[in-house]
Design a protein around this ligand. Sequence first.
Ligand code: BTN
Length: 253
Amino acid sequence: MSGELDSSIFSSHIICRETIDSTNDLAKRLAAEGAAEGTLILAEEQTGGKGRRGRTWHSPSGANLLFSVLLRPAVQADRVFALTMILVLGAMEAVRRQSGLSLNIKWPNDLYAGMKKLGGILTEFSARGREVDWVVLGLGLNVTWYPEELRAQATSILAETGITVSRNRLLVETLRIFEGYYREILAGNLDPFHRMWNEACFILGKEVFIDSEKERLAGKALRIDPDGALVLETREGAVRKIVAGDVSLRLKG
Ligand code: BTN
C-alpha cells in the first residue's frame, strides 16, 4: 500500500494495527511525542473507537475503513474545520470513484447516503495561542458493515451498491485527493472547498433542531461559514452562528 502513496506526505510514517484502542488516541499520543506531519494510523479494529460528543464508534474487525492522520499545518485555529471539510470531500469523491455511490454531507462531520449515515470524522487538535500545533483527523467509513440495530439510520457502501470496494484503494484514493486539497488550503485557497461543501450539505434550506447543553434551537439552516459554523435563522427571525463543538443536529419532521 505504501508504494501507492509514494511521494505523498502519508508515505513515510504508517502504523497498521490489527487491534488498537483508538487510532485517534494513538495519533494524539504520538503528536505529543513530536511525531511528524503525515503520520498515518490504520486499524482493523478499535476497542475504544470514538465518535463526536463522547459517543463510541464500533466496527467489527476487517469490515470498514478506520484511520487517523496527524497534521501540523501552519494555520490558525479557525482553519481547523477546513481540514475536516476537505477530508469529508476527499472521502466522498473516493467513494464515488470506487463505487459510483454519491454521498452528501450532514454538518458538521458526517457522510450520508440518502438519509443514512455512512461515515464520520472525529477532529481533535491542539493549539498554542491561536496557532495550531497539531490536528488529528480520524475517519470511520462503513465499507461492508453498519450496526444492524441502527438500520433505519445507518448504512454501508456494500448495502447501498452491492459492491465490496477495496479498503486499500479507498484509503489511497481518499488520502491522495485529501492531500491535493490540503496543499490548496495551506496556500490559502479555501473558497472552492467551502463552496463544494455547502453544495453537498443536505441540511441547508431545511428546518432543523440544534441541541446543546445550554439550549435547544429550532430554525432554518442557511449556510456553513468558512470557520465551520452553521448559520441558522431561528423561528423568531434572528440569525445565529452555531459552532460545531458539542451540539447535535436533527432534521425537523
Ligand atoms: C462521528 O461520526 O461521530 C465520528 C466518528 C469517527 C470514527 C473514527 S474511526 C477512526 C478514528 N478513531 C476513532 O476513535 N474515531 C475515528
